[in-house]
Design a binder for this molecule. Structure first.
Ligand SMILES: NC(=O)c1ccc[n+]([C@@H]2O[C@H](COP(=O)([O-])OP(=O)(O)OC[C@H]3O[C@@H](n4cnc5c(N)ncnc54)[C@H](O)[C@@H]3O)[C@@H](O)[C@H]2O)c1
Length: 337
């Protein structure tokens, strides 16, 4: 089975490939191609460290890495022609809500132009299943909780969220027109070892260990459905062989092998409990700098995962305390602090 994983040097892509390389399937062998443009949105050394691990635990017959930009139409077309993938897992994207205010074009290039290039590759090469990352941010400031995939998501409050929703719309059109099975996964705040330096759990840990104050937005009145990386990876792996068949929704008669799932812990955690978990794992108290809400941020995310449980038989299990301890242990070892 030939698998393309984009965003291979990224947090989730790295963990997914690492897990796929360990799986032994009875009748199948994986050949995994990882691509990434290794951009400098955050520490490039961390991206390279992830790739180094992948190259150390694999051999060239099962995994190869190619530095490539998803927005490069010709390079993408050549990639698909060369490898004739069975499965495509698109985790490469410009992530982050706040940065989309500073650098909107990065989101259009990677998440919109890049995603069209992925869809075109799938269209011309008979892909069995395209799985792609969407995000809980598509729910914006929706009032109804928990967030369900049938909820209206027409009100994004950041360009990042708008690009993720566009991915779902574009995927639907390709699923319908070309019968490409696509599954979009709305991830809810993913965290864990080798995680992203732009996210709060990472910067809070760094600052608490260094004795520096942390910025607590919306005066701490926020809740997030934090999801541990191993749970996300498990969910993705179980979905690989569950390509959707054409469905009719109650709204449209357009048949499309198209599906969207939430993958979240189904258990929102208050910012207070989150900070306490980091303090306990660090063995140090935080100094807090209370600030107002930031543009683009949402007060709460809470995933309804009934469909995931029903179709895939899977539910994330890791508590915030367990997961944060894993992260802080990794952080202290990796940065020798
Ligand atoms: N981590 C989370 O909490 C979270 C939550 C919701 C959704 N997501 C989505 O999950 C996916 C993976 O996120 P992540 O946390 O691993 O982020 P990440 O930034 O660590 O990984 C994304 C990778 O994609 C690469 N990339 C970006 N633009 C590219 C381009 N044009 N061409 C090639 N490579 C490119 C980056 O260099 C990076 O290594 C993204 O789509 C993200 O939006 C993540």
């Amino acid at each position: 089975m030939k698998v393309l994983v984009t965003g291979a040097a990224g947090f989730i892509g790295f963990h997914l490939i690492k897990a796929l390389l360990k799986i032994e399937l009875p009748n199948e062998n994986y050949f995994i191609v990882g691509v990434d443009n290794i951009n400098d949105y955050y520490d490039v050394a961390l991206k390279k460290a992830r790739l180094k691990i992948l190259s150390e635990i694999s051999d060239p017959e099962v995994f190869t890495f190619i530095k490539l930009d998803l927005a490069d139409r010709e390079a993408m077309s050549e990639l698909f022609s060369t490898y004739q993938f069975d499965i495509v897992i698109n985790l490469g994207a410009q992530a982050g809500v706040r940065y989309s205010i500073e650098n909107p074009n990065a989101y259009i290039d990677s998440n919109v132009v890049g995603f069209v290039n992925i869809l075109e590759g799938c269209r011309h090469h008979d892909i069995k299943h395209l799985i792609y990352a969407s995000s809980s941010s598509v729910y914006g400031m929706n009032i109804k909780q928990p967030f369900t995939t049938s909820d209206c998501v027409d009100f994004p409050i950041s360009l990042y969220a708008a690009t993720k929703k566009s991915n779902e719309l574009m995927a639907h059109s390709y699923s319908h027109l070309y019968n490409i099975p696509t599954t979009g996964l709305r991830f809810f705040t993913v965290y864990g070892p080798y995680g992203r330096p732009d996210m709060a759990y990472f910067s809070f840990t760094k600052k608490i260990l260094a004795g520096e104050p942390i910025d607590v937005f919306n005066n701490g009145n926020m809740q997030r459905d934090f999801t541990y990386i191993d749970d996300i990876v498990n969910g993705i792996i179980r979905i690989i062989n569950k390509a959707p068949s054409p469905q009719y929704s109650t709204i449209t008669t357009a048949a499309a092998p198209y599906k969207i799932y939430n993958i979240g812990n189904n258990q929102p955690v208050t910012l207070r409990r989150f900070i306490t978990a980091i303090e306990d794992a660090c063995g140090k108290k935080a100094q807090e700098n209370l600030l107002p809400m930031q543009a683009g941020d949402v007060p709460i995310t809470y995933a309804d995962i009934d469909e995931l449980v029903e179709d895939i038989g899977f539910k994330p299990e890791t508590s915030i305390e367990e997961g944060i301890k894993q992260f802080v242990d990794w952080y202290r070892q990796y940065y020798s602090v």
